[in-house]
Design a protein around this ligand. Structure first.
Ligand code: FAD
Length: 322
């Protein structure tokens, strides 16, 4: 069976990110998954990779991947594509993953598909990627016609399903070129992180819009998010007004999320906002305007004032906590 390379997303300590398990699940549909692990930590991560079907783990364990972002990883993948002739390369459609995918495509003369929300094997076994386009208005099924298919898959789009694999470690001899090392990370600032899940990885996202009225009004979004164990998101109207940091903006010029449940509160549903959340599995909209466009894509809608609806939701949630 042809190998499918999966670029692992992981912490320096070896904690494997959920999206890597999702990529492994997709890779199993196409062939035999081989993880590509950059930097240290593989000893800690190997068990989880095996749990989700990795047969091999190619390890380039040097520290240069942490010091020099993106370019060395693209070079490593290009080397492995040359050596292993995989059926496909899967990466996470994160900011970094998409840049690696683009660079790899140029290096290997291959086609690249980004922001896939599903990957399946076509009738000839070649990978078919499902991609939402034009802000989610159109869904296309795409195949790569040149070189090795390189597909960037959105976190949370595919459910990770375990299936045991050998996860046999194979060290890789690799040295990044000087050009790949021309950008250097000179320091790290750890973002103050509360107990909330990461916005792009969360199973539930509660997002607030201009309807919250003010920075103070937006606090009700955090309350609902905490009651549901969710991440907080915001529309651009909110981040532009300075009511919540830009890092939490969802949409065309913000983050793309695909949670199991997206709760849009006081958000009208502009096309640019939809572009970042339209592929959520279930969408609940709370808006006082029954004509708000968000209701066109919502699975469930509550027409009402958010400052009346949310306290009721909080009461109900509290009742079901025990
Ligand atoms: C190039 C470009 C890129 C953009 N990128 C993004 C992006 O990444 N993300 C993004 O979000 N936007 C983006 N926008 C902006 C986008 O077009 C909208 O302006 C923005 O999404 C509107 O935010 P909103 O829904 O919060 O506000 P509004 O459109 O003002 O909607 C507020 C909603 O709240 C409802 N409401 C008001 N009060 C209450 C209440 N008390 N209870 C319940 N409901 C209430 C209203 O009925 C209304 O539907 C972009 C625009 C451009 C031009």
């Amino acid at each position: 069976m042809a190998e499918v390379l999966v670029l692992a997303e992981h912490s320096q300590a070896g904690e494997v990110k959920k999206v890597t398990c999702e990529l492994l699940t997709a890779a199993r549909r196409l062939g035999s998954p081989s993880v590509v692990w950059t930097g240290p930590g593989v000893e800690a991560g190997r068990g989880r990779l095996g749990e989700f079907g990795a047969q091999k783990v190619y390890v380039a364990g040097s520290g240069e991947f942490a010091e020099h972002p993106v370019a060395p990883a693209a070079e490593l993948l290009a080397q492995l594509v040359g050596e292993k002739s995989p059926a496909a390369v899967l990466v996470a459609a994160t900011t970094e993953g998409k840049e690696i995918a683009g660079r790899l495509a140029v290096k290997t003369g291959s086609g690249v598909l980004t922001d896939a929300v599903n990957v399946t094997a076509g009738p000839d076994g070649a990978p078919v990627a499902e991609q939402p386009n034009f802000g989610g208005a159109i869904t296309v099924h795409s195949v790569v016609k040149a070189g090795t298919p390189i597909i960037a898959v959105r976190p949370n789009a595919i459910s990770a399903e375990p299936s045991p694999g050998a996860a046999a470690i194979e060290p890789v001899t690799f040295a990044a070129s000087d050009a790949a090392k021309s950008a250097k990370v000179t320091g790290h600032v750890t973002a103050a992180k509360g107990s909330r899940p990461d916005l792009t990885e969360a199973r539930i996202v509660v997002s607030g819009g201009r309807g919250t009225g003010s920075e103070d009004g937006f606090k009700i979004i955090e309350k609902l998010a905490d009651a549901l164990g969710a991440a907080v998101g915001a529309s651009r109207a909110v981040t532009d007004a300075g009511w919540y940091p830009h890092a939490f903006q969802v949409g065309q010029t913000g983050k793309t999320v695909s949670p199991q449940l997206y709760v849009a509160v006081g958000i009208s549903g502009a096309i640019q906002h939809r572009a970042g959340m339209q592929t959520s599995k279930t969408i609940l909209a709370i808006n006082k305007d029954p004509e708000a466009p968000i209701f066109e894509i919502a699975d469930y809608g509550i027409v009402g004032d958010l400052f009346t609806v949310i306290p009721q939701l909080l009461d109900e949630t509290a009742k079901h906590k025990d």
